[in-house]
Design a protein around this ligand. Structure first.
Ligand SMILES: [Zn+2]
Length: 411
């Protein structure tokens, strides 16, 4: 027996899930993430969220991702080089380390038994050195054997990960071949061995990329939250779809207050400029079922294997369509606008997301970022680099100088 049509085994075990929003916001060049890019959406401004997962039976707490370290100017040289040349981001501010948010909410770092990195990029790995040696680090398949990563920076001058993340702690690499389980077509691993939290093998963005799937309510009416990591960077790569088409009128409350949106806004405001229909050959019905964007395939794509990343997204869509699954990709702006976080509502978790109607409230928010009627999408606010809560005008020069003579992609 399984829950939903997604081959998820039944279980009465759940995990408590909370969003850790460190107040990190950055803007990035859209062309590296989505295609095609339309005039008026040249940048994506995004948050960067992490998750606290609490497993009551074992009394274990783990983190899924750690966001960006607050002192991002201390990242490895190869990352600083990209930041300084504004290749990775166009502006960034980070209010707090994830660890500060945890401690402010009476979660001691010594209570965190493990940190899972969805992948090894700088905006997900935080500052692992702040955790005590008792906190295990869990990485995706292939990480340890990759010659470019370990032992880490500065011992390996071109590594994008810091060596101090690994010092004096157990680093465990997930081996999906040890598990017979598949969920939604992905190889899966039952993390606590009771069906409360699974890791999914979701390749394409970079080596070893993994998603998480948390059971937020028990069988037989289980609900789940998909922790999407960077499987994609905009929900417009997932939506709309045949299983969850765009309604003829955009539901109340989805669109920002904007004079360019009529009340009872018809879907045509968006579908008439559907980026996958440049010749206007598709029917309105088709366009309401076709994702607006695909994964960037440019040389500058943030995806090391765009074809595989597209395949992963095409397969994740089945989870995204399910009424039992709430999708959270790490950089989806709607998450910090709608969902409770440990900053805005410290004691509220996501486990009642279905009762709260969060899926409906979140699903179409990305429409606000699209250009419409000749106007750009939602206004962006992080246009520069920030340091210690103030603008940092000399950031690019200083980051490049700190990077030294490094080459390589770092991402
Ligand atoms: Zn990311």
């Amino acid at each position: 027996m399984s829950d939903t049509s997604l081959d998820i085994p039944q279980s009465n075990s759940v995990a408590r899930l909370r969003i850790v929003d460190q107040g990190c916001r950055f803007s990035m060049p859209a062309r590296s993430f989505i295609k095609p890019v339309q005039q008026g959406q040249e940048q994506l401004e995004v948050p960067d969220i992490a998750f606290l997962i609490e497993h009551a039976q074992s009394e274990k707490k783990i983190m899924f991702d750690l966001g960006v370290r607050k002192d991002y100017w201390n990242l490895p040289g190869v990352v600083l080089n990209r930041l300084g040349r504004r290749q990775a981001v166009l502006g960034i501010r980070v209010d707090k380390d994830v660890t500060e948010v945890l401690e402010e909410n009476s979660v001691q770092l010594s209570e965190i038994s493990a940190v899972v990195w969805s992948h090894y990029h700088w905006d997900h790995t935080g500052n692992m050195a702040l955790f005590p040696p008792s906190t295990r680090l869990i990485v995706g398949p292939g990480f340890k054997a990759s010659p470019g990563l370990l032992p880490g920076y500065p011992e390996n001058p071109t590594s994008p990960v810091s060596a101090d993340a690994f010092a004096n702690r157990e680093v465990q690499e997930i081996d999906f071949s040890s598990s017979q389980l598949t969920i939604g077509g992905f190889r899966a691993l039952d993390f606590f061995s009771d069906g409360s939290f699974y890791l999914l093998d979701t390749p394409g963005h970079c080596l070893g990329h993994m998603c998480g799937l948390v059971r937020t309510s028990p069988s037989p009416k289980s609900t789940f939250v998909l922790l999407g990591g960077d499987a994609c960077h905009s929900s417009s790569c997932l939506r709309p779809s045949p299983g969850y088409p765009l309604p003829r009128h955009i539901p109340d409350g989805v669109l920002d207050q904007d004079q360019h949106f009529p009340s009872m806004c018809p879907a045509e405001v968006f579908t008439q400029h559907h980026p996958q229909d440049p010749e206007h050959t598709h029917s309105p019905d088709d366009l309401c079922k076709t994702p607006f964007h695909r994964i960037s395939t440019l040389v500058s794509s943030a995806y090391t294997d765009p074809a595989t990343a597209q395949k992963t997204i095409d397969q994740l869509r089945q989870l995204d369509e399910s009424p039992s699954v709430l999708t959270t990709i790490a950089h989806d702006p709607v998450l910090v606008r709608v969902l409770p976080t440990m900053i805005t509502a410290p004691e509220q978790d996501l486990n009642d997301w279905k009762e709260q109607g969060y899926k409906e409230k979140c699903h179409w928010d990305w429409l606000n970022c699209l250009p419409r009627r000749g106007m750009p999408g939602r206004e962006q606010v992080v246009r520069e680099f920030w340091r210690n809560n103030q603008p940092w005008p000399s950031a690019c020069a200083e980051l490049c100088a700190a990077a030294g003579e490094v080459t390589g992609t770092g991402l």
